[in-house]
Ligand binder design. Structure first.
Ligand SMILES: *Cc1c(COP(=O)(O)O)cnc(C)c1O
Length: 453
């Protein structure tokens, strides 16, 4: 099909949608049997676009081939880093958002869509038991959410004097905090690393000691689900320290925050409701496609105070307190409408489906922990707070363990990653995708079992 005009007519659109629909159906049908990873190095660049129009079906085929040469991050065997799969309903929502192409940087251009996005944020605020002053917005990911949180904290606690003022983190704090601090104009020496306890959590006594001696502490970052081990810091104690010293308390729940939707998760995350800001990544713990992060803040006005800017060419735009003008909350002005990629799945599947699925992942991680611990050949040093397990061969050094990871991944049924804890190499298995069911976890365990024996 070659197009004469920019917009397809009804018949052309139907043909295009049919082509996309076929591709989607083949993809989904193939996921259970697709290799978990099967990569060929790319050796030559893609052709530049031609002056002449291309054939839609051929272009789709090129995309399909390219997408095929990748780690199967959407598949059930993906147990590396933070697996999520990506809900189809969210992808369809995204298509529709891009189709209607509404401007949602300010609310007055599409007030109902902005209110729709705000309803999702508001629902999350309630799940996290934040007060009525709370708010936030959907970002493209945890790193961007954290950037706006750090900028809001800096503005709120330091104003324009940010040459002094210190941030407290641990060795397990995600790199996005240091990155955000740097982008926010803070120097590396304004970051202080608090020691962790034996079980890899921020040591609250050490934090209190360091902060009490510091003339200008302004931001304390707790992690709700660390990247290496999924460990949750003692949030309630950290919240008390932050309050005592007038600090902003940020919780990085990019991975773990989503478990607030479950009863067990809420118990683990106790204290998160005292945070001044919370990063969550629905593209991790709500099964949504990459590009979906959320920042929640205790007081929406703090976000506004830190990000709002004005210009004469925006004078025609009406500015009301609600629905919010998202350009006042973060670095973007023009943005895609990100509300539907969350609103549609939540309303279509119902919230209980998310709670159940996350509960199942918590169960599966306990199964992994129990089964791995039962193997005399491996050491499983951390009991999982959430859904990350780490392990290593008892006999053998880093090299043997690295080889074990290679052998596991060479089966192409599962794909695991690794990390380091106190200098030691560890294999890492995270159950999180909505497509990872008990069968694939059992298969992963049997692969590990047969390889370590
Ligand atoms: C993934 C992650 C981030 C970064 O989020 P992105 O969505 O990758 O930008 C930050 N903190 C933690 C704990 C994470 O797991």
């Amino acid at each position: 099909m070659i197009f004469e005009s920019w917009d397809p007519d009804r018949a052309e659109l139907a043909a295009m949608m049919a082509g996309v629909g076929e591709l989607a159906a083949d993809f989904l049908e193939g996921l259970p049997s697709a290799p978990a990873s099967n990569l060929r190095p790319r050796t030559k660049p893609f052709d530049p676009p031609s002056e002449k129009p291309g054939e839609f079906a051929e272009l789709l085929e090129i995309f399909k081939q390219a997408a095929g040469n990748a780690v199967e991050t959407a598949g059930p065997g993906y147990l590396a880093y933070f697996p999520v799969g990506g809900l189809v309903s969210s992808a369809l929502g995204e298509f529709l958002s891009l189709l209607v192409n509404r401007f949602t940087g300010v609310a007055s251009m599409a007030p109902d869509l902005v209110a729709m996005e705000d309803s999702v944020v508001d629902w999350l605020c309630r799940e996290f038991a934040l007060p009525a002053s709370a708010g936030g917005f959907i970002t493209t990911g945890g790193s961007l959410a954290t950037l706006s949180a750090v900028v809001a904290a800096r503005q709120s606690r330091l104003g324009e004097q940010h040459g002094t003022g210190t941030i407290y983190v641990t060795e397990h704090t995600h790199l996005c905090v240091a990155k955000a601090a740097r982008i926010a104009g803070l120097r590396p020496d304004q970051l202080r690393v608090v020691p962790v306890t034996e079980d890899h959590r921020m040591d609250p006594e050490a934090a209190e000691d360091m902060i009490a001696k510091d003339p200008a502490p302004f931001l304390l970052v707790g992690t709700a689900g660390s990247t290496s081990t999924g460990t949750v810091d003692p949030l309630d104690e950290l919240a008390a320290i932050a309050e005592r010293h007038g600090m902003w308390f940020h919780v990085d729940g990019a991975y773990g925050g989503g478990f607030q939707l479950t009863e067990r998760g809420r118990a683990k995350l106790r204290g998160i409701e005292r945070a001044d800001s919370i990063t969550i990544d629905p593209h991790k713990t709500m099964f949504l496609p990459y590009g979906t992060g959320v920042l929640l803040v205790r007081d929406q006005e703090t976000l506004r105070a830190a990000h709002t800017a004005d210009a004469s060419y925006l004078q025609d735009l009406q500015r009301d307190p609600w629905p919010p003008d998202y350009c006042d909350f973060g670095p973007e002005l023009t943005r895609e409408f990100r509300g539907l990629r969350m609103w549609l799945p939540l309303h279509l599947h119902g919230v209980a489906a998310f709670r159940r699925a996350l509960d199942q992942k918590l169960d599966l991680a306990q199964v992994v922990h129990r089964e791995l611990s039962a193997l005399s050949e491996v050491d499983v040093p951390v009991h999982p707070d959430l859904t990350v397990n780490v392990f290593r061969l008892r006999e053998g050094g880093d090299e043997e363990n690295r080889r074990l990871l290679e052998q596991i991944n060479a089966t192409e049924r599962v794909f695991l990653s690794s990390t380091r804890l106190r200098g030691e190499y560890l294999l890492r298995l995270c159950v999180l995708s909505h497509r990872t069911e008990p069968e694939r976890v059992a298969e992963a365990l049997s692969i590990v079992r047969s390889l370590v024996r």
